[in-house]
Design a binder for this molecule. Structure first.
Ligand SMILES: [Zn+2]
Length: 516
């Protein structure tokens, strides 16, 4: 096969991941040609992307456009042999622009899927999804895997529309697709981005996070296309995988921030107070199954330590910070963000009840957490922490998916599907289900009587269920707490009094509605 002629369509090249994917693909020995769509004017792209577009201009066809516009998707995919779809509006931008997030994260993805199908359904579709689909995790449910329930954290438009998009993909009938749920990415823009927004305080100190670096995410996509062209990806396609850096990259929220500050010679406890960061309603998990993707694509070359060393050498502010006292950094760089509408301190001060309730549980909880590190229990300092992190001990902590997972999905019978549906509080209605047809939509009914169509793969491996009850708008995860499948993690961070809580959609409606 002549791989020199292969054309790869790519979205999101202005982003942290998309930029590295672009670089990796262009550096491949296969001399790929790239088609890319630019949402912003070229002059406003990051320097990194601009340089690549210039250096490799002979192999790049680029145009200004928007995936929310169908015609632009047709132009992008014209003659393409692969599509790698990295574009998404991510936090903090998604927190400030719900409508833009809808257009980019759902409408854009739908347009690309529809276009691939209309063009003959033979362009392999690499979809980048997100760890945010798993919602908030904390002790004891620090381990997650494909098949776990899809839960969008309250007010998180990013995950809400990514959920809608991935579900559409899984049920679309695409011939060749893969959905890669990207974990938290260590990337070159992260510090600069975080220091501009209250999002800095959305990392729970005790949340489990498995990182991967931007560079490794790029290598991953390069290997994917190279290996597929070489016929080395047997059994890979039409699945969902979690992207993660593996054992060395599994830490907590506190350790993450501390690693970054350590490069600057600082101590997190001197820069932050415990109650500045939210204790729940975030996202992040250690992936029990992320090695599976690495077995296929062998992309891990960096860990967190290597990443921070790379940053420390590259950016001036890491060096400058070393000579500035921690208290001054706290004041100048961190506390000035309290005024940002995305900052918990802002919600407390301005009595934004919905946000305070969603992220802290109550004003009292905020006070209770307090400002004294000596009185705050950090998971990473607990004596069982290393045992908890050991994947050998993880099995008893995994969530139940409500069916016999020793059976391959294609061998499940109607009775197996009915059992899985019952675990989700409902029924499987397609008694004529043909064993093995896991990508064909069948009928289901939820506890509340809604009937819907979804493929068995979407339900059992996707972790999706009733689109009426489980897709937020508004967010009301508490209503699912008594369903065994969804209730498994709810009470890790909520009380029984909260099950009727409802959080409305947007910033404009940002008031907590008590729906009792
Ligand atoms: Zn329902």
């Amino acid at each position: 096969m002549n791989t020199n002629e292969k054309i790869i369509a790519l979205t999101g090249v202005s982003g942290a991941m998309g930029g590295e994917v672009l670089k990796s693909l262009l550096e491949s020995d296969n001399n790929f040609k790239i088609r890319c769509i630019l949402f912003s004017a070229e002059k406003s792209l990051p320097k990194f992307t601009k340089k690549l577009l210039k250096k490799y201009r002979k192999r790049i066809f680029k145009f200004k456009g928007d995936i929310a516009c169908k015609e632009d998707c047709e132009k992008l995919l014209d003659g393409a042999d692969y599509l790698i779809h990295c574009a998404a509006l991510i936090p903090p931008k998604s927190d400030h622009d719900p409508h833009g997030t809808y257009l980019s994260n759902f409408v854009g993805t739908k347009n690309l899927i529809d276009t691939v199908i209309e063009k003959g359904n033979n362009i392999p579709f690499v979809h980048i999804a997100t760890v945010a689909l798993y919602g908030n995790r904390t002790y004891p449910h620090v381990w997650g895997r494909v098949g776990d329930p899809m839960i969008s954290s309250d007010y998180d438009c990013y995950s809400m529309y990514k959920m809608k998009a991935e579900r559409y993909l899984l049920d679309s009938g695409l011939n060749k697709f893969v959905s890669l749920r990207q974990t938290a990415v260590l990337h070159k823009y992260m510090l600069a981005n975080n220091l501009k927004d209250g999002l800095m305080f959305h990392t729970s100190w005790n949340c489990p996070l498995e990182w991967v670096t931007d560079v490794d995410s790029g290598i991953l996509c390069k290997h994917l296309v190279e290996r597929d062209l070489a016929g080395k990806l047997d059994g890979f396609w039409n699945n969902i995988y979690n992207i993660g850096g593996g054992a060395e990259c599994r830490i907590t929220g506190f350790e993450t921030i501390d690693e970054g500050f350590a490069v600057m010679g600082m101590n997190t406890k001197k820069v932050f107070k415990p109650n500045w960061n939210i204790p729940r309603n975030f996202h992040g998990v250690w992936f029990y199954d992320s090695d599976k993707l690495n077995d296929f694509l062998d992309f891990r070359t960096e860990n967190n330590k290597i990443f921070w060393q790379r940053m420390g050498k590259k950016y001036w502010y890491f060096k400058v910070a070393k000579i500035v006292p921690s208290s001054l950094i706290s004041k100048l760089a961190i506390q000035r963000l309290f005024k940002n509408t995305n900052a918990p301190k802002y919600w407390i001060k301005h009595r934004i009840d919905g946000r305070v309730k969603a992220f802290y549980g109550s004003y009292e909880n905020f006070e209770k957490i307090g400002t004294d590190w000596k009185k705050f229990d950090l998971l990473c300092e607990s004596k069982d922490y290393q045992n908890l992190k050991n994947i050998e001990n993880a099995k008893p902590l995994l969530l139940d998916h409500g069916y016999d997972e020793n059976k391959p999905l294609v061998s499940l019978t109607f009775a197996d599907l009915a059992k899985a549906a019952a675990f989700r509080g409902g029924k499987c209605l397609s008694k004529d289900y043909n064993e093995g047809e896991i990508y064909k939509k069948i009928r289901w009914q939820c506890r509340d009587g809604h009937e819907f169509e979804s493929a068995p793969h979407t339900i059992l491996k996707g972790g999706y269920w009733c689109p009426h009850c489980c897709e937020p708008k508004p967010w009301r995860y508490g209503a699912l707490a008594d369903i065994p499948f969804f209730g498994q993690v709810y009470f890790d961070t909520h009380t029984k009094d909260e099950v009727n809580d409802v959080y409305p959609l947007s910033d404009d409606e940002d008031k907590f509605i008590e729906n009792k």
